[in-house]
Design a protein around this ligand. Sequence first.
Ligand code: HEM
Length: 491
Amino acid sequence: RWKRYGPEPCGGKKLPSPPSLPLLGHLLELRRQDLPVRFMELSQCYGPVFRLRFGIQDVVILNSVEIIREALIKKWSDFAGRPPSYTGDLISFGGKDLSLGDYTPLWKIQRRLAHSSVQRSLRTNLESLISQEAEHLCQDFLSRGSSPMDVANDFSLHTCKIISSMTFGVLFDTKDPEFQAIHKCIAEVVRLWSSPRVIVLDSVPLLRKLPNATLEELLRMAERRDTFVRNQLQIHKETFRPSEIRDILDNMIHFLQERQQREQSLAAEGGEEFNEDHVHMAIVDLFIGGTETTASTLTWTVAFLMHHPQVQQRIHSEMIDILGPNHFPEYSDRNRLPLLWATVSEMLRLRPVAPLALPHATTKDTSVAGYFIPKGTVVIANLYAANHDEMIWKNPTQFRPERFLEAEDPKQAHRNVLAFSAGARVCLGEPLARMELFLFLGHLLHHFRFLPPAAGQLPDLCGIFGFNLRSKPFQVRLVPWTEPGLGEGQE
Ligand code: HEM
């Protein structure tokens, strides 16, 4: 297999790779928490594309905007696969997962349906639901006074509520213990699945024979998650829930009834049918995507803005000047509120919550930057490196939303941010996430200043790397603009 990376018959180059240990290859690199940063360091020695070997798996890492675009956009179908995942299969009815499923005809149907459902929800009254939720949250914060609090869980519960409404057509109460329990369970499945003790099972099959408490816990949590989703689907089938949001389930069940497409899927997969497990897993993925990611980006934004009170002030003034004191932003106000919109993009750039995206796999022999890459190779797009690419971004580590306003082509600058990845596997929730970020941040900054709990007690901006790039827990005081702010953060 190693030899397969040798020069292509038509003259491809050999992929650079750091020295490795016999048998283990570069497996010890996985002990590093900050893998995206480590890959960036390696790319300084080995170039923007290099190869690592984890146990039995060869992995190619892409580290620049240009290279990621070449692979995921220009050669999108060559890089649209997902590698087989032992643990992924265990928690997704044998791989019927939307985000982890390989690039098969059945997956394409699953993706198309989920995509059109999200688009349909966006076209109906999703925006008013998001604004309503953002305002509820602000009123809840107001009722709690300006004492220090950790806002991360509130953001997560409210974004989970929005995605639940899309998928099940029901608005849960964020204080409902059943809702809180399932919200916690979803977060737990992601945490356990991305723990090194579980990840390593994909690279070292021998370890699957040994007892693994984390894996057992993961399976228990996934079972709880599935029972919840099954119950919701059952309730949905039995009762008509009047909801103006056309939910994903309706769309998918409708699909199941369309004979012509059913026949297509049967023919495509030699007998395997698009069934309710695919629906179930698409919902689970939207649920996961819709819960932790946007909330995490919002939490990061609060943390960064606490370090930059003058940016808070300018965004607030921008809203008051343009919209007046009694109007909240609408999504169509993006061009009229360029600093607010730029702050969303700057945060997605600096702290992409899925810094290494999800692993891709090549669907055929292909190449990138002139290097031959055989079919079935695992490919990682280092979005964190792309968003810190000095060829594209000046002083990339600095928080400077103004960079988007100063850019020669601001639209292109926004497009250069690769937080949602690109191509065939681009994040399905991107439009929803951008809308949530803009509206939640708009409502929050319309009402409040984000102040530290005490003078100088500002959040650590380094973060915790893992499957998600999360901020470390921190406290913030949300002080209405009408009140004087004591002990403000420093510029
Ligand atoms: C700030 C918020 C978000 C960020 C930064 C983000 C980022 C990402 C990234 C990097 C990927 C992997 C793409 C790849 O493999 O190349 C992804 C996949 C995905 N995301 Fe998101 N996401 C966000 C919010 C959401 C939301 C709100 C949803 C649900 C509505 C969602 C649903 C999904 C799904 C279903 C996939 C799998 C797509 C596939 O494999 O075809 N995401 N996301």
